[in-house]
Design a protein. Sequence first.
Length: 233
Amino acid sequence: MTVRLYLNGVAKTFTMHLQNGIRIPVVSNVDFSVAAGECAVLGGPSGAGKSSILKMVYGNYRCEEGQILVTVGDRIINIAGAEPRRILSLRRDTIGYVSQFLRVIPRVSAVDVVAEPLIAQGADAAQAAGKAKDLLARLNVPERLWSLPPATFSGGEQQRVNIARGFIADYALLLLDEPTASLDAANRAVVVSLVDEKKKQGVAMLGILHDLDVRERIADRIIDVTDFQVTAA
Ligand SMILES: Nc1ncnc2c1ncn2[C@@H]1O[C@H](COP(=O)(O)OP(=O)(O)OP(=O)(O)O)[C@@H](O)[C@H]1O
């Protein structure tokens, strides 16, 4: 078993600087690992700290305590102490993030929006566009939309463009932040098969999935975040 992600003694406390520096401890002693080819899902009630953990792994939230170790080839990198430039290069080459929200880029076509992460990893532009079209077709985005910028697409169409963009590149670690929220059953099934393919390729995945049906189909393990919750003294 190759460990791809290891959180070791991670803690997160928010400090509200505009409210007299009130400190809100959220999680502490977070310890778990995710192996290559495994999909682990963070469980626990609303407010338990699932998003905070995912955002620390992606480097969006600073991790003040503990280590977040990611295996990159034959090296191990600690995201908790990584410089912003290192985090950006990890996001290009090693860690992908699939959420339900598309950040629309004006005047860029759906195909180019989807292909971009793969081109950033060094792929040939024509091959990347081909793979982008395959994914858009699998996710039932109508072909007449592929050459248009997604700004005017429906919410569901934008969401599927974003999923295609999240799954196109080759990352060792993929973070799934409610990727199937508000998708219909047919497209949820497509996401399940995309996750299965990533597992076969040895990609480690860590996700938040409130959709119980999808969670049951893709989660190899549930990590209960309440185990790490900081209870008020
Ligand atoms: N940027 C922030 N500033 C201050 N507090 C925050 C911030 N982000 C999260 N929190 C607090 O941390 C706690 C955990 O939030 P988080 O979003 O991680 O929970 P969650 O388990 O993902 O919840 P949900 O299932 O509702 O999305 C909450 O009490 C929330 O108010």
